[in-house]
Design a protein around this ligand. Structure first.
Ligand code: SF4
Length: 229
């Protein structure tokens, strides 16, 4: 098509649009409605079952392809204290329960040293499917899975959240600060006190850090009026 013909076609389209708008104006149209695609409404979860139903047989990130089980979380549905770890390991993936391997046994000992049992607290992770080879969860996996953890915490409304390891603290507090700098004091999280401490798996490799972890745990005990056993 020649340039002249193109210009003529363009002008005829413009004129047709002008005529259409003029007609619409005469019939009372004051502004052109624009259709805005809104974000999907945030899922409202009132119970853990709602969160679990929303999660479903989740395929929202690539960790779904290598998992055996989704590890949702376990424990009291009205806990004062929630522990949040990083992600399931091999045994957790196998059993579908959080913290059941060697690191889990150490966490159980920590909970019992507080005078509590695992049934008194709730235990969950940042990602609910095992990263292959126990690698660190990747940013897209954390982003895909965190809304479910956030909703679990909203439903549970604990007095205190104790994050285990760098990932859980950095994810919930939205910071890149190192765990060694974050631990040892409470941080505000959605109106809840959050205490970051070391991950039990790290403590198994670095037993010298058990002392500082126990100091963090004692601060939690003080807040919850728990007596040393
Ligand atoms: S890690 Fe979370 S977001 Fe990814 S597939 Fe598993 S449940 Fe879904």
């Amino acid at each position: 098509m020649s340039r002249k013909k193109l210009e003529a076609e363009y002008l005829s389209i413009v004129k047709a649009v002008e005529a259409h708008l003029e007609e619409a104006k005469e019939s009372g149209l004051e502004e052109i409605p624009v259709q805005v695609k809104s974000a999907p409404p945030e899922k409202i979860c009132r119970t853990l079952d709602d969160v679990s139903e929303w999660l479903g047989d989740c395929r929202r990130c690539k960790l779904n392809s290598t998992r055996t089980h989704i590890v949702f979380g376990t424990g009291s549905t009205q806990p004062d204290l929630v522990f949040v770890g990083e992600g399931p390991g091999a045994e957790e993936d196998e059993q579908g329960k959080p913290f059941v391997g060697r690191a889990g046994q150490l966490l159980t000992k920590m909970i019992e040293a507080m005078g509590l049992t695992r049934d008194d607290v709730y235990i969950a992770n940042v990602v609910k499917c095992r990263p292959p080879g126990n690698r660190n969860p990747e940013p897209d996996e954390i982003a895909a899975c965190t809304p479910f953890l956030e909703n679990q915490l909203k439903v549970l409304k604990p007095k205190i959240i104790c994050t285990l390891g760098a990932f859980a603290a950095q994810t919930l507090l939205k910071t890149e600060e190192k765990i060694s700098k974050l631990r040892g004091r409470f941080h505000p999280y959605q109106g809840i006190q959050l205490m970051p401490t070391f991950h039990p798996a790290y403590l198994l490799r670095n037993p010298a850090e058990k002392k500082s972890t126990w100091e963090d745990i004692q601060m939690i005990m003080k807040e919850l009026n728990l007596k040393k056993t």
